[in-house]
Write a protein that binds this ligand. Structure first.
Ligand code: ATP
Length: 259
């Protein structure tokens, strides 16, 4: 699907396909257009042609970075609301997750920590049996242990629900690396890289004039980014070849000089 939206001097123009059974990462700096893309996908805002994406709201579960239930409620009360509001709400799954994460069902949410609230939001969204989950920064505010618990929950959920698609945005790139099957890098409203296999990317250091740079994409100083790691591993045993992480890809794609 293609999404086009203009706000003053910001123009978003992105193609995005969410495939069943895959977790797709949306990676981009502040203000690159991630939330705008989420909103267009959800039909919450109209595109430049005054068209609103038509979605079946029962089919999509969303976690926003900043949204939550009224803080005077407790988990038992929220559960009741969800039971009445969503036809496919899975009560048994919800209960089992609340005990797995040791959340107190009787405590009002105002007494929950940021991490507890984040966990609750993920539990809620996975209890709705939606076909598509949109998770905007779901791990923000979580410490490393809680982050891993939430990521494990998402992995388990995908294993048990093979047809579900998840779109997830995060500033913490390392969270996405081990979790996602497909990566979209967004910059200034455009997809600057769409990739499934990050293993083929590498940083080349100690490059001299004997090195063939036909497979190098970008350069910062004397370090080169390539998406043909294997070629350099096989042909240049003396070259320093390091794994390129998501943050490196982002930095080289945005700031690097094109080769
Ligand atoms: N309602 C609006 N009116 C005008 N400009 C907007 C509006 N919403 C977003 N923008 C602009 O669109 C651009 C993209 O914003 P968006 O919130 O989509 O970025 P983001 O990638 O989600 O950022 P962050 O990581 O900080 O949440 C920004 O320049 C922002 O100022």
């Amino acid at each position: 699907m293609r999404f086009v939206k203009t706000y003053n001097d910001f123009k978003l123009d992105c193609k995005l396909e969410l495939k069943p059974g895959t977790i797709t990462a949306l990676i981009g700096r502040n203000g690159s257009g991630k939330t705008t893309l989420f909103k267009l996908y959800l039909g919450l805002i109209e595109d430049d042609d005054k068209h609103t994406n038509q979605v079946n709201k029962e089919e999509i579960g969303v976690v926003w970075n900043d949204s939550s239930f009224s803080l005077v409620l407790n988990v038992l009360e929220i559960k009741k609301i969800l039971m009445y509001s969503y036809t496919h709400f899975d009560c048994d799954y919800f209960d089992s997750m609340i005990s797995r994460f040791e959340l107190d069902p009787k405590k009002p949410l105002k007494e929950y920590s940021t991490g507890m609230l984040s966990k609750l939001k993920i539990i809620i969204v996975t209890s709705l049996h939606a076909k598509i989950l949109l998770l905007d920064e779901p791990t923000s505010g979580l410490d490393v242990i809680a982050r891993n618990e939430v990521l494990d929950l998402l992995r388990d959920y995908m294993e048990q629900n093979e047809e579900v698609s998840i779109l997830i945005s995060s500033h913490i790139a390392s969270d996405l690396e081990g979790l996602c099957d497909e990566f979209y890098f967004v910059e200034k409203g455009k997809i600057i890289l769409q990739e499934q296999d990050l293993e083929s990317y590498a940083l080349l250091k100690g490059v001299d004039e004997t090195v063939d740079l036909s497979y190098a994409l970008k350069r910062i100083g004397t370090t080169y980014l390539t998406n043909e790691r294997q070629f350099y591993v096989e042909n240049y045993p003396n070259l320093v070849i390091e794994k390129a992480h998501i943050d490196d890809l982002m930095e080289y794609m945005i700031k690097g000089e094109t080769i």
